[in-house]
Design a binder for this molecule. Structure first.
Ligand SMILES: *Cc1c(COP(=O)(O)O)cnc(C)c1O
Length: 387
C-alpha cells in the first residue's frame, strides 16, 4: 500500500527542462527569468506590480515594512493561519492581535472584525494593518474589509499564500481590495518554486519600496540616486533591506508552473467536487463555498461533526495514518502557541478558531491524486466513522 500525502507538488517534464535551461544559462540569480516570472504572474492576476521573494514569510515581512509597520504599530490577523501571518508583524516590532473566524468559512469574520474595530475605536487603539488570510484557498470578505479599512484608516495586507489562482468578485485574488497581497510557492502550495513567494500591489510607491527591501535597500538606478554619483559604479542604500531575492532557477520553475495553473486548478476543483459528493452522508462538515468566489482548493479541510458522531478527530487521524494516508491538521490557533501565550494570549480568547481546530482534519488533495487514491481516503473515513 503506497503512502498518499496530504499534498504533493506536480512537476512536469517541461518544469525540469525550464530549470535545466536556467542552470545552463548565464545567470543563476538576478537574470532574465525573475522579471519574466513577475510579469507573467502580474498579468495572470490582473495587477500592476509583482515582487518575487525567497519565500512568502519574507514577502509578509517586507510588505509590513513597506506599509509602514514598526515598533508601536498594531497588526491584526486571523488565529486560523500559519505562524508567519502573525510573526511578520513581530519581526517589525509591532504588536499583534487576532480577530476570530467565521465558523462556516473558517476565514476572519467581518462581523467580529466590525465589532472589534468599534471597541478599539472607543478605546483609542485602532490597528494600523489587517492581515486577512484566504484559508485553504477560499478568498475572504475583502470588499467588506476594504469598507472598514477606509472607514477606520488601516491598511490591508492579504495573506493569499493558499490562494494563487483563486477568484473573488470576478477578479483574481491580488488584483484589488488589499493594499498588497502575498503568495507562497512552497512545495505544498498551488504552484511551486521549491521555496518562494511573491507580493502583488497596484501601488507603484509600495512596489518600489518592496523592490528595495528585497535587496539590501540598495539601488543602482541613476534616476533614484540621492547624491551625484562619483562614477558609474555607485550604488546607494536608502533603507535597511535584506537579501530576500528569488533565484533565476526558482523563477524559471515558477514561470513554467504558472503556465499550467489553469489545469492544475481544474484538477483540484474536480477532486473537491468529488469529495463533496462522496462525503455527503458522513457526520462531517465539508468546506464552505461562495457563489461570488472560487477557491484555489489548497486544502480540503473537514470537521468531525461531534453532534452526529462519537468518533474523535484523533481516532480518525490515527486510522488514516495507519492506512498510509497523510492526513494533517490546519491550524493550531496561533494565539495558543507558547510564544504567543507568553505575550498574554489565553485559550478561550478566539473560541471559533479553537473549536474549529479541535475538530479539523485536512485530507489529501493534490492535482496528481487519482480517483482510486481518493476512494481509499473516503473508504477509511467511512469505515472508521461507521464502526
Ligand atoms: C505557507 C504559508 C505561509 C508561509 O509561506 P512560506 O513561503 O513557506 O514562507 C504564510 N502564510 C500562510 C497562510 C501559509 O500557508
Amino acid at each position: 500500500m503506497t503512502f498518499i500525502p496530504y499534498s504533493c507538488q506536480t512537476i512536469a517534464e517541461e518544469d525540469v527542462e525550464a530549470v535545466v535551461a536556467a542552470l545552463r544559462s548565464e545567470y543563476l540569480t538576478q537574470g532574465p527569468a525573475l522579471p519574466a516570472f513577475e510579469a507573467a504572474f502580474a498579468a495572470r492576476h490582473q495587477v500592476a506590480h509583482a515582487c518575487a521573494v525567497s519565500n512568502a514569510t519574507a514577502g509578509l515581512h517586507i510588505a509590513c515594512l513597506a506599509l509602514g509597520i514598526g515598533p508601536g504599530s498594531l497588526v491584526w490577523t486571523s488565529p486560523n493561519s500559519f505562524l508567519a501571518s502573525a510573526n511578520c508583524a513581530r519581526y517589525c516590532g509591532a504588536d499583534v492581535d487576532f480577530v476570530d473566524i467565521d465558523p462556516h468559512t473558517r476565514n476572519m469574520s467581518v462581523v467580529a472584525l466590525a465589532e472589534k474595530l468599534a471597541r478599539a475605536d472607543a478605546a483609542g487603539r485602532l490597528p494600523d494593518l489587517l492581515i486577512p488570510v484566504d484559508f485553504a484557498g477560499l478568498p475572504c470578505d475583502l470588499r467588506e474589509m476594504r469598507a472598514l479599512a477606509d472607514r477606520y484608516g488601516f491598511r490591508i495586507l492579504q495573506d493569499a499564500s493558499h490562494a494563487t489562482g483563486a477568484t473573488y468578485l470576478d477578479k483574481p485574488v491580488g488584483a484589488q481590495w488589499a493594499d498588497a497581497t502575498v503568495f507562497s510557492f512552497h512545495a505544498v502550495k498551488i504552484i511551486t518554486t521549491g521555496e518562494g513567494g511573491l507580493v502583488t500591489t497596484q501601488d507603484p510607491v509600495l512596489a518600489r519600496r518592496l523592490a528595495l527591501l528585497r535587496s539590501h535597500g540598495m539601488t543602482r538606478d541613476a534616476a533614484d540616486m540621492e547624491r551625484t554619483p562619483e562614477g558609474p559604479w555607485v550604488y546607494e542604500q536608502h533603507s535597511l533591506g535584506f537579501n530576500y531575492r528569488m533565484t533565476d532557477i526558482q523563477a524559471a520553475l515558477g514561470l513554467s508552473q504558472l503556465r499550467r495553473l489553469d489545469p492544475l486548478q481544474q484538477a483540484r476543483i474536480a477532486l473537491a467536487d468529488r469529495y463533496d459528493a462522496l462525503l455527503a452522508d458522513l457526520p462531517l462538515l465539508r468546506p464552505a463555498r461562495g457563489a461570488d468566489r472560487l477557491s484555489s482548493w489548497h486544502l480540503y479541510a473537514i470537521e468531525v461533526d461531534d453532534s452526529r458522531t462519537t468518533v474523535s478527530r484523533l481516532a480518525l487521524f490515527n486510522a488514516l495514518r495507519a492506512a498510509q494516508i497523510g492526513v494533517n491538521v490546519h491550524y493550531i490557533p496561533i494565539h495558543t502557541q507558547p510564544y504567543y501565550a507568553r505575550l498574554g494570549f489565553r485559550p478561550g480568547d478566539f473560541p471559533h478558531a479553537e473549536r474549529y481546530y479541535a475538530r479539523a482534519l485536512s485530507i489529501p488533495l493534490f492535482p496528481g491524486m487519482s480517483e482510486a487514491q481518493q476512494a481509499r481516503v473516503v473508504e477509511v473515513l467511512r469505515r472508521t466513522l461507521e464502526a
